[in-house]
Design a protein around this ligand. Structure first.
Ligand code: NAI
Length: 320
């Protein structure tokens, strides 16, 4: 196909590529000309143990299909070693897909600091370390694509996942800033929010639904986000069952509780206007922190001119 999306000459690192979503990404990239580093420490779903088998199996699958791949068995916390594998084997790094993940589900009441730390280490610190090791190479060559993997548990919360949802939302914050810091060097960062049938979800999803949740339905979206023709940056892209869409934060129009510059705000002002403050009718999405702070400045300017027109009126009344 003439307009097929190709990755010839590109090198991609996929973390946690021995199973589930990461495996689907690695196989698809391998089939489109990319050289793939298949990273996986081969542990259990709670972060226990390790084995070289899962990464080796995926490397074999890619090679048997005619693609190029090498295995890496490091923990994502050793991000520099994972990126070094790409440099040693293929001489460059172009695309980083931060996908490795584990679960330690507990309600907040039962969650221990170990549950918190293990999840943050793998999801948030691991993604930071792998990306940080690749970052100078991507910037220097003026091309790079980074994927962070978040979750609806992060965006909306999920009972029993306080540690996981915090780490997953942390990745959204990290991606938002990397998107700004990388754009001048054509290093673009986006977030994928998948819902897929995998060992992380096999016991919580009904079997017929599980069948429809193939990671292969999500991999093409991740692939497009990583292509040099794709200019999407700093976005949260949700994908499942062959459906893909974009998520954004929306803010209500809110309400100015001061009528002029000399007014203070009381807790009762807030209580009495709570419905208007929180009404989402006419809510807007913002593209940048500058847009948000700019709007605060405009609201302040409006307050200043309202205050001065009030005092001008007072002046007129007094002089009459
Ligand atoms: P999976 O358990 O099938 O695959 C994750 C892989 O990561 C495993 O092969 C595991 O060995 C590897 N891994 C775990 N810790 C690692 C570490 N420290 N270093 C290197 N490799 C490590 O899971 P699945 O479902 O494919 O999940 C992939 C990502 O997508 C995870 O980040 C997960 O949190 C996220 N996600 C998955 C959803 C789903 O519906 N399956 C929903 C939302 C997010």
């Amino acid at each position: 196909m003439a307009d097929e999306l190709r990755f010839d000459g590109r090198v991609v690192v996929v973390t946690g590529a021995g199973a589930g979503l990461g495996r689907a990404y690695a196989l698809l990239f391998g089939s489109r000309g990319a050289s793939v580093v298949v990273n996986d420490l081969g542990g259990g779903r709670h972060g226990d143990g390790s084995s070289t088998k899962v990464a080796d199996t995926v490397v074999d699958e890619i090679r048997r299909a005619g693609g190029k791949a090498v295995a890496n068995y490091d923990n994502v916390l050793d991000g520099d070693k994972i990126i070094q594998t790409a440099l040693d084997a293929f001489g460059r790094i172009d695309i980083v897909i931060n996908n490795a993940g584990i679960l330690r589900d507990k309600s907040f009441q039962k969650m221990t600091e170990t549950d918190w730390d293990l999840i943050h280490d793998v999801h948030l610190k691991g993604a930071m370390r792998v990306t940080k090791a690749a970052w100078p190479h991507l910037r220097k060559q003026g091309y790079g694509r980074i994927i962070m993997t978040s979750s609806n548990s992060g965006l909306y919360g999920n009972f029993g996942q306080p540690n996981y949802s915090a780490a997953k939302m942390g990745l959204v914050g990290l991606a938002s800033t990397l998107a700004l810091e990388g754009v001048k060097s054509n290093v673009l960062t986006n977030v994928i929010v998948p819902t897929a049938g995998s060992r992380l979800t096999e016991d919580i999803v009904p079997p017929d639904f599980f069948e429809q949740l193939k990671p292969e339905f999500i991999a093409p979206t991740v692939m497009w986000l990583c292509h040099e023709d794709c200019s999407e940056n700093g976005s949260i892209i949700e994908s499942a069952i062959g459906w893909t869409g974009k998520c954004r934060l929306y803010r209500s129009n809110g309400m100015m509780l001061r009528k002029n510059l000399n007014d203070m705000v009381t807790p009762e002002d807030v209580r009495n206007n709570w419905d208007a403050i929180t009404s989402m009718s006419g809510a807007k999405a913002y593209d940048s922190i500058q847009e948000v702070t700019g709007e605060i400045m405009t609201t302040l300017e409006n307050l200043k001119s309202a205050s001065s027109s009030v005092s001008n009126k007072e002046l007129v009344l007094h002089t009459n």
